[in-house]
Design a protein around this ligand. Structure first.
Ligand code: NDP
Length: 248
């Protein structure tokens, strides 16, 4: 496949310790990238790191960071370290998220609301703000925001999760518009759709996971958006149906 599609690229993935983010990190590394694994559980990041090293791929970086509590200053310090070490950022996959509660809005706990908005939306904006100068230093850079069906069309009982993803889509559109024609940074939105992960099981506890696609099956799309194959693609929304178009 794509052995060298991301050769020499430096790509940061949030929520790289589990679920779709973990699989994407591994696939990006297999395609030649140096991956920077950001997440809140260091043991999980270390296990992805070990898996990538065991395959003899480019040495990843581990970035332990809790997006629920990280201040802009901590993110700026990260940007400074990355500048020293790599001098640029070729790709940024905003993937980390939490589900929060699925209850009527009138019953929603407001501390949970603020935490979901912080992790899923505010942290992604602040991280983007601090890492943009590094993206500008790359020959071309791809920023991917992960949304959800309820992000595009918020529905009853999805609470802060739906609202945070809706806001994230809005932010991605704003950023894409600002960067169009003024930079070599492309910005796109990806809705992975129902995928066999812990979050999906939390949202739909009675669903049979074997009926769902795996994160592995999504990887052609994740690779497409991160590689030069999508270099002209900007301000677009992708979902699993885009996989068929890629095959065509
Ligand atoms: P998982 O719950 O499996 O993984 C989420 C990842 O985000 C984990 O690595 C988790 O870390 C990390 N994370 C959560 N909170 C924080 C935090 N405070 N700081 C840093 N990292 C954090 O989710 P999925 O893989 O299913 O989801 C990936 C993305 O895809 C999300 O944006 C989700 O909204 C979206 N999505 C998923 C769908 C699905 O069906 N799976 C459908 C539509 C959208 P840790 O493991 O340490 O908790």
């Amino acid at each position: 496949m794509s052995e060298s599609k991301l050769s020499g690229r430096v790509i940061l993935i949030t929520g790289a310790g589990d679920g779709i983010g973990r699989v994407a990190a591994r696939h990006y590394a297999e395609a030649g990238a140096s991956v920077l694994l950001l997440g809140r559980t260091t043991e999980k990041l270390a296990s992805v790191y070990d898996e990538i090293l065991a395959k003899g791929l480019a040495k990843p970086g581990i970035i332990p960071m809790d997006l629920a509590t990280a201040e802009p200053k901590e993110m700026q310090e990260l940007a400074d370290v990355l500048y020293e070490k790599y001098g640029r950022l070729d790709g940024l996959l905003h993937n980390a998220a939490i589900l929060g509660s699925r209850v009527p809005f009138e019953s929603y706990d407001m501390n949970t609301w603020m935490k979901v908005m912080q992790v899923n939306f505010n942290a992604a904006c602040i991280l983007t703000r601090t890492l943009l100068p590094l993206c500008h230093l790359a020959a071309s850079s791809s920023i991917i925001f992960t949304s959800s069906g309820v992000g595009t069309n918020p529905r009853a009982y999805w609470g802060a999760y739906a609202v945070s993803k809706h806001a994230l889509e809005g932010f991605a559109r704003l950023l894409a518009d600002e960067l169009e024609n003024t930079s070599k940074i492309r910005v796109n939105i990806l809705n992975p759709g129902g995928t066999r992960t812990r979050m999906r099981a939390e949202a739909f506890p009675t669903e049979d996971p074997s009926t769902l696609k795996t994160a592995e099956e999504l990887m052609p799309l994740y690779l497409y958006l991160m590689s030069d194959d999508s270099i002209q693609v900007h301000n677009q929304m992708f979902d699993p149906s885009s996989l068929e178009k890629l095959d065509a």
